[in-house]
Each structure stands twice: as structure tokens, then as C-alpha cells.
Design a protein around this ligand. Structure first.
Ligand code: G3H
Length: 253
């Protein structure tokens, strides 16, 4: 039985004080919630104060990116150990916005996945096709290649800890969601790919989220699907009431 995971990806929104106010407004909503992992992936600048704010609130902290080296002369970059010291548990790797705007490649994604695992962070690895790729029927081919590349050189034991987020790029921030059935079909294919890389047990253990215009209104149907274990949520995770509603709707499944 895979534990569901709902993660908010705040992208480049919220100052540190806005982030702390969010947690204050969420209050104790999640304190007695069990059986689901609840994660906030905040901007780097908010992580320190958030670490204190979420203590005892049953929310884990995530970052949205990191460098693959432990340290070095890389102006503007953040190393895995810097995140660990702030109490960060998860890190999004290879989000399509980073692939599109910041030259993230399958190779750098793989290096970051390995570095995150080595540092004790749980990578949330994003895969997903562009609209043009979907239209020519290449969805499976694209997610298959991205998944294989991301897991290259990762041991079976480590692979089980990785979370994959399937995010069709055309559904991000557009209000267009893949149908729950279509999303499930792609997640099933990703699971199958993991199975060919490792084995059936690993494929069954790995958690796969869907992302792309997820809202409190559509999360339940997505979570009902057998291969969807959670959601990576952008816009709808920014308001406390909406985030609480997302977790509640996801948790009923
Ligand atoms: O990481 C989150 C995704 O990019 C989805 O964003 P969205 O929920 O605003 O469509």
C-alpha cells in the first residue's frame, strides 16, 4: 500500500513572512491527519522560517531545486546539505519550468536525483510531455525516456524512495487537466517503465503523483485512480483554505 503524497509547489510566490502566515492560517488542520504525506515546496528564502513554523503541524518541507554538488564556486546555487540543515525533506527535480527556462537536462536531472538521495532528501522527479508531443502520440515515449534517464545509476533500494510527478506540460497553470483516466494510463506506463528498470516490487513501491491544474474539485477523482498516489499542485496550493481542501479531498480516498 503506497502512502499518498500531496505537495504544494509554490514556485516563485511568497516572501518568508507570507509563507509563515500561510502556515499560521492552516493552523492545526493537519495535526491529527494520518496516512498521507503533506509537503510544502517553498522558495529557498522561506525555508528557514518555515522550518520553525511547520514544527508539530504535520507538514514536511520541500525545496524546488538544488545543485548536484556538495559545495563549490557556483554563484547563486544551493547545495543539498544546505537544504538538509534547514529541515528540508523533499526536493523537486526537473520541473518542466526548470527544463524549459533554466536548461535543465535529463543528464542534470539524473545528477541531482543521485545527489539528493545521497544527502538523504527525497527527490520528486518531474516528467511530462509537451502538447505537440502528445498530439503526435509520443507521450509514452517521452515519459519513458525521462524516467529512464532520471533513474540511471540509482540502486533498487534508493529507487523505491523516489517520488515521480507526472505533469503534462500543457496542463500546467492552464486550467486544462488531463482526464483522470488519461493521467492514470500515463502513470501506469511510468510504473511499468520503473518495473523494467528494476522489478515489479520496486514498481509497486514507487509513488507517482499527477500535476497540472489540480484543484480541490478534481483531486478526488484523480486520487481514485489506481496508479495515481498523490498530486503536485501549483496555483491551488497558494491559499491556505484551498490547500487544506486539497488535502482533505485527497485523504478521503
Ligand atoms: O508543480 C506544479 C505544477 O507545475 C502544476 O501547477 P498548477 O497546479 O498551477 O497547474
Amino acid at each position: 500500500m503506497r502512502k499518498p503524497i500531496v505537495a504544494g509547489n509554490w514556485k516563485m510566490y511568497k516572501t518568508p513572512s507570507e509563507a509563515v502566515n500561510f502556515v499560521r492560517e492552516v493552523g492545526n488542520s493537519f495535526v491529527s491527519v494520518t496516512g498521507i504525506d503533506i509537503v510544502i515546496c517553498a522558495p529557498f528564502t522561506a525555508l528557514d522560517r518555515l522550518g520553525e513554523a511547520v514544527a508539530g503541524k504535520n507538514m514536511a518541507l520541500g525545496a524546488q531545486n538544488m545543485h548536484f554538488l556538495k559545495e563549490g564556486a557556483f554563484t547563486g546555487e544551493i547545495a543539498p546539505g544546505m537544504l538538509v540543515e534547514l529541515g528540508v525533506k523533499y526536493v523537486i527535480i526537473g520541473h518542466s519550468e526548470r527544463r524549459q527556462f533554466f536548461n535543465e537536462t535529463d543528464e542534470s536531472v539524473n545528477m541531482k536525483v543521485k545527489a539528493a538521495l545521497a544527502a538523504g532528501l527525497v527527490p520528486i522527479v518531474c516528467v511530462g510531455e509537451k502538447l505537440a508531443e502528445r498530439e503526435v502520440g509520443d507521450t509514452f515515449k517521452v515519459v519513458d525516456a525521462q524516467t529512464r534517464a532520471a533513474f540511471a545509476g540509482v540502486s533498487q533500494e534508493q529507487a523505491k524512495d523516489i517520488v515521480i510527478a507526472y505533469e503534462p506540460i500543457w496542463a500546467i497553470g492552464t486550467g486544462k487537466t488531463a482526464t483522470a483516466q488519461d493521467a492514470n494510463e500515463v502513470c501506469a506506463h511510468i510504473r511499468q517503465t520503473v518495473g523494467t528498470l528494476y522489478d515489479g516490487e520496486t514498481a509497486q513501491a514507487i509513488r507517482i503523483q499527477y500535476g497540472g491544474s489540480v484543484k480541490p474539485e478534481n483531486i478526488a477523482e484523480l486520487m481514485e485512480q489506481p496508479h495515481i498516489d498523490g498530486a503536485l499542485v501549483g496555483g491551488a496550493s497558494l491559499q491556505p483554505q484551498s490547500f487544506v481542501a486539497l488535502v482533505q479531498a485527497a485523504h478521503k480516498q
